[in-house]
Design a protein around this ligand. Structure first.
Ligand SMILES: Cc1cc2nc3c(=O)[nH]c(=O)nc-3n(C[C@H](O)[C@H](O)[C@H](O)COP(=O)(O)O)c2cc1C
Length: 478
């Protein structure tokens, strides 16, 4: 696969973050039509921090699932190098926890500093941050130094040009990759004209890319208008919210498609990715605009499930077919769900394995076997990288051997066990003995057994002491 570099924000057109609208189906649709970068809806740090990352094999997505089983954020390989994860936060540490949770699955992290809604501002998030530049600085610095992907932020303009310029210059110093500027004051509503002169002043004051936003109501009606808006604001890039929500084909260089066609394409993605029906409905109603009271609009409003929405658009067959395909996938996963079945998670080979101490003789571990094998093969020593998640403090380790990565999809209670599990995945995938009791004898097992006997321990005696942890001769490389 071709290596893809860091996402850059100069000369791009982006789908803006939009609550309820900017879920996976809309993001994929925007990419299909030609958007370069797609922002997810704003997700609040406290809620995200409780989520677990789950590989959804049926949908082929990565899901971040809340304790109540709600999918807070769903993404897939197709958008990995294009999707920006926007979060609502007022706390540097929490922001970093969430950023690290999603870091491997997204292209950049954005902090929302423009939301005027009370649910944001009362927690010190959104536009409330704009009156606390020290906090902005603390959050952005923490993120920039704590993650390996670009960090950006999205602001509204301040009461004077001078204040706005001072703020963005302060923001630039934190090391962010770009700043999106919604050219409205915090008390202004979407119907108010956008202040292109403020965006222009920002674009002149900083050297990082500025992404102009706020042109949907009066300036950007067609694809050609995007470039006009870019020129008018002197910004490097443009971000569209409502214009894209009303008709996502605005990203296409070709003529705007009829909204009926766009709705159909959107709905197909919503069915394919099992989008929350309430969000699907909301999004379609926004696309229907003044037709929301038409017979179709009324049918959409009355629908409660994606199946019912499909009927309104005559897509029952597509819906049925997709359901059957997914059921077949579910069935085949069920029958082939041996723990050793490898699954690719990006560039990492994963298996669902746990390290069970009792399955190995004392003083024998998979890590040790992997190390010895690597030495024999004249490879570099295996490199372990371990992460800990915040919700239950569990560990997951990835081992790199011969430039390939291996990981267990199951989390372990200690760092050492997580490393052992990663080593098992690598050994099993490569078909190398791992030292398990009952496994065909290998030289290493015999050697350790002899040493064990000399120390007065036998395999049987040792197996009772199953709490014995790692042998000291292992090299910690993580
Ligand atoms: C339905 C909807 C949801 C929005 N949700 C968010 C959000 O989650 N995060 C954010 O930064 N801005 C949000 N916004 C604001 C937009 O990103 C954008 O700044 C604003 O609509 C102006 O851009 P436009 O003129 O292209 O619509 C939302 C706007 C709309 C219409």
């Amino acid at each position: 696969m071709m290596a893809v570099g860091r996402l850059t924000f100069s000369n791009i057109t982006a789908l803006a973050p939009m609550v309820r609208v900017g879920t996976l189906p809309m993001r994929l649709l925007a990419l299909d039509y030609g958007a370069d970068v797609v922002y997810c809806e704003e997700l609040i740090d406290i809620k995200m921090a409780q989520c677990q990352r789950v590989l959804n094999e049926v949908l082929e997505t990565v899901d971040f699932v809340a304790p109540d089983d709600r999918v807070m954020f769903r993404t897939c390989e197709r958008e990995r190098d294009r999707v920006v994860f926007q979060m609502g936060t007022a706390d540097p540490d929490r922001a970093l926890t969430v950023a690290q949770l999603v870091e491997k699955d997204v292209a950049a992290i954005d902090v929302n500093m423009g939301c005027p809604k009370e649910y944001s501002t009362k927690g010190g998030m959104g536009v409330a941050l704009l009156s606390d530049p020290d906090r902005i600085e603390a959050i952005l610095k923490k993120l920039v130094t704590g993650v390996s992907i670009p960090v950006t932020c999205k602001i509204r303009i301040l009461p004077t040009m001078e204040e706005t310029v001072n703020l963005v210059q302060k923001i630039e110093k934190t090391g962010v990759a770009a700043i999106a500027v919604h050219g409205r004051f915090k008390e202004e509503r979407p119907r108010h004209p956008v202040h292109c002169d403020y965006i222009q002043a920002v674009a002149q004051a900083v050297s990082i890319p500025v992404i102009a936003n706020g042109g949907s109501s009066d300036l950007v009606k067609t694809n050609a208008d995007i470039d006009e808006f870019r020129k008018l604001t002197g910004a490097s890039s443009v971000m569209l919210a409502r214009a894209a929500m009303w008709n996502a084909s605005i990203f296409s260089k070709q003529e705007l498609l009829p909204v009926e066609k766009v709705m159909e394409e959107y709905l197909k993605y919503a069915i394919r990715y099992d989008n929350n029906a309430f969000n699907t409905k909301y999004c379609l109603c926004q696309m229907l605009r003044d037709k929301v009271e038409s017979p179709l609009g009324k049918q959409v409003q009355a629908a409660q499930t994606n199946a019912e929405i499909s009927e309104a658009y005559g897509l029952q067959e597509f819906y049925q077919h997709t359901q059957e395909q997914q059921q077949a996938k579910r069935d085949s996963l069920q029958t082939s769900s041996q723990p050793d079945r490898p699954i690719m998670d990006g560039d990492v080979t994963t298996m669902a394995v746990k390290f069970e101490r009792r399955e190995y003789p004392p003083q024998i571990t998979p890590k040790m076997f992997l190390l010895e094998w690597s030495r024999k093969e004249k490879l570099e020593q295996p490199l372990y990288e371990t992460v800990q998640r915040s919700q239950d403090r569990a560990f997951q380790s990835t081992v790199t051997v011969a430039e390939k990565k291996y990981r267990s999809s199951l989390w372990e209670k200690s760092k050492k066990f997580a490393e052992q599990a990663a080593a098992i995945v690598c050994l099993r995938f490569l078909g190398i003995p791992e030292g398990r009791i009952g496994e065909e004898d290998s030289g290493l097992v015999c050697k350790r057994k002899r040493e064990g006997k000399m120390n007065g321990t036998t395999e049987e005696g040792g197996s009772k002491k199953r709490h014995v942890v790692d042998v000291p001769q292992e090299t910690e490389t993580s």
